[in-house]
Write a protein that binds this ligand. Sequence first.
Ligand SMILES: Cc1cc2nc3c(=O)[nH]c(=O)nc-3n(C[C@H](O)[C@H](O)[C@H](O)COP(=O)(O)O)c2cc1C
Length: 406
Amino acid sequence: MVGVAGGIAAYKSVEVVRLLRESGHRVTVAPTRNALNFVGSATFEAISGEPVVTSLWSNAADVSHVHLGQHADLVLVAPATADLLARAAHGIADDVVTNILLTAHGPVVLSPAMHTETWRHPATQANVATLRDRGIHVLDPAVGRLTGSDSGPGRLPEPAYLADVVADFLDQSITRDMAGMHVVVSIGGTREEWDPVRFLGNRSSGRQGAALARAALVRGAHVTAVVGHVECPVPPVQVRVDVESAVAMHKAMQEVVFAPDARVDAVVMAAAVADFTPSSVSAGKVKKDGSVPELTLTETDDILAGLVASRGHGSGPVLVGFAAETAGDRTSLESLANYKLARKGCDLIVANDVSDGVFGSDTNAALIVSEAGVVDEIPTARKGLVAHRVWDQVLRAPGLGIYDAD
Ligand SMILES: Cc1cc2nc3c(=O)[nH]c(=O)nc-3n(C[C@H](O)[C@H](O)[C@H](O)COP(=O)(O)O)c2cc1C
């Protein structure tokens, strides 16, 4: 079920419905009367391929206001207006959407979109708190350009993000068990400049890192993302730092993780960082002039080991590394993961075998190892599910949230 309320972002819900259908879901759309001022029911009907439910009274014999909620695997309302949040928080059931919310058996996800003042208004915030207390998943709006020239928190997140969030909720039960936590995730691949037009890169698409950021956001965490080159949308994290090279990522990670007052609880290094970088960068384009140029490489600094060193002993954030290996079999993958865990000195290693086209794919299979051995083994699954299982292990890590007194 996709409910659509009367906000300017209603046009984006059409794309959400299209993406959900493309991933194989049956989608019934229920727009409020005000939503129909922005998008006509013919558009929703054509895109969803299902009749649109617009009124409590149009098909009373079907009692659709009850059974739509009862039978939906999930109800998403995008955008959710301030008005709809208020009505939902108070149990008002004066239209199809609010009736569906009161009869829903599956997860209910509301994605608010409104002006910053409206979002920050104590009445709206109180309604959000009430809904969250009741187990309704109210996503935080994205920060950015609003209607007109305004910008700030209040944007509807991008449709691809909402479609991924729906898939995550359908895969597993999610709660706000990371509320109050601050986590840092590195996403994507680094690019090492050789000359003004060429670089050494890698195949990382950023999808696993994006899934980790998304999972932490829906579980209520404050997320800082350090983002390299990506081929996927980056979730609407609270803080985003874009970088290109391994050196820049190293610097950014040290700065965001150990900033005074940052109080980071956990760091997941999901980015694929170059191990080697050209020893020198040519100021002009290297020309094809008959001789083949020689490219000499220098080893880059190890970002994860650097975080471990800066953390010191017994305090600071839980540190998680990823190991992309071409192991071939499970035994070799496990021993490579254990070796990397010992070499880096971090708390968890998520090892995946990348010989089989993990880069750019929506799925992954992983082993999570700690000092205690293999703590989770995830057979091929959506990267969203792998992400949630990584956070599950972070929440179990000894030492989470312990800081030095100074
Ligand atoms: C042009 C226009 C844009 C609007 N955009 C929003 C919006 O983005 N978010 C919001 O909460 N309300 C917005 N409103 C106000 C809602 O339409 C209004 O509160 C309405 O009662 C919501 O009805 P509904 O919750 O039944 O859909 C907008 C109104 C207009 C006229």
